[in-house]
Design a protein around this ligand. Structure first.
Ligand SMILES: Nc1ncnc2c1ncn2[C@@H]1O[C@H](COP(=O)(O)OP(=O)(O)OP(=O)(O)O)[C@@H](O)[C@H]1O
Ligand SMILES: [Mg+2]
Length: 223
């Protein structure tokens, strides 16, 4: 099992009142899965993903990544586990403004402790795969919202992760680019990787092997 969540709950405070953004969520993602979570704005999708990748602590429940209970790891170990195995595409692209596009894509390679250029120009190849082969030397400020999103996808693929976890990766994209992203993800799942994505749109439904609905913090498997 690449990702396993049991009984996840997240309570936030809003206006001095507690409320549960996520309640009793169970989820498993194995090699070969393409899991899609559909839900309206505010239903708790980003909260779920941030907990699954270890960026946000749950109020209750547990998460295992690659068989390791992440609550038992310190921050450094949790980050290195994530960097080694999970390609995360956050909802906001989250690129480093002072690095070129190419170096942003390459960043996980450096974070994994490597020095020098990656083999076979992988960062450039990935930029080509997301349709941005000529933009490597630009800085993020020169890119459109959809282009930034595609850079974030290339960055998530940099270290050949076992699992891709993507937060609305196709939002801001035209239909052809969105399908291109889904095709890349589908190929990853077919090669034995795993994909977990949340979305509002229905492009990826054909590619999905499992579908969940999220509503008001409740995650339900669609039969
Ligand atoms: N840090 C926070 N403190 C308080 N409330 C929060 C916090 N983060 C999120 N929320 C609330 O929790 C709920 C779930 O938020 P979340 O971002 O997970 O939704 P979402 O399904 O990803 O929405 P969207 O599709 O708009 O991205 C929302 O009502 C949001 O306002
Ligand atoms: Mg969200």
């Amino acid at each position: 099992m690449l990702i396993e969540a049991k009984g996840l709950g997240k309570r936030y405070e809003r206006g001095g009142r507690p409320f549960w953004a996520l309640r009793g969520a169970d989820l498993q993602v194995s090699s070969g899965d393409f899991v899609t979570v559909l839900g309206r704005s505010g239903s708790g999708k980003s909260t779920l993903l941030n907990i699954l990748v270890g960026l946000l602590p749950p109020t209750e429940g547990s998460v295992s990544l690659m068989g390791e209970d992440i609550s038992k790891l310190d921050d450094a170990k949790r980050s290195s586990l994530r960097n080694a195995h999970v390609g995360y595409v956050p909802q906001s692209a989250g690129l480093i403004p002072t690095l070129t596009v190419l170096d942003n894509v390459r960043l996980p390679w450096y974070l994994a402790g490597h020095r020098g250029e990656e083999p076979e120009g992988r960062a450039q190849t990935l930029l080509g795969e997301v349709g941005l082969k000529d933009l490597g030397s630009q800085f993020p400020s020169a890119l459109s919202g959809g282009e930034l999103r595609r850079v974030a996808i290339a960055r998530a693929l940099m270290c050949s992760p076992d699992a891709i976890v993507a937060d609305e990766p196709t939002s801001n994209l035209d239909p052809a680019s969105a399908r291109g992203v889904v095709d890349i993800f589908r190929a990853i799942a077919r090669k034995g990787g795993a994909v977990l994505m949340v979305t509002h749109d229905t492009f990826s439904l054909d590619a999905s092997t499992r579908l969940y609905d999220m509503a008001e913090g409740k995650l339900e498997l669609r039969p």
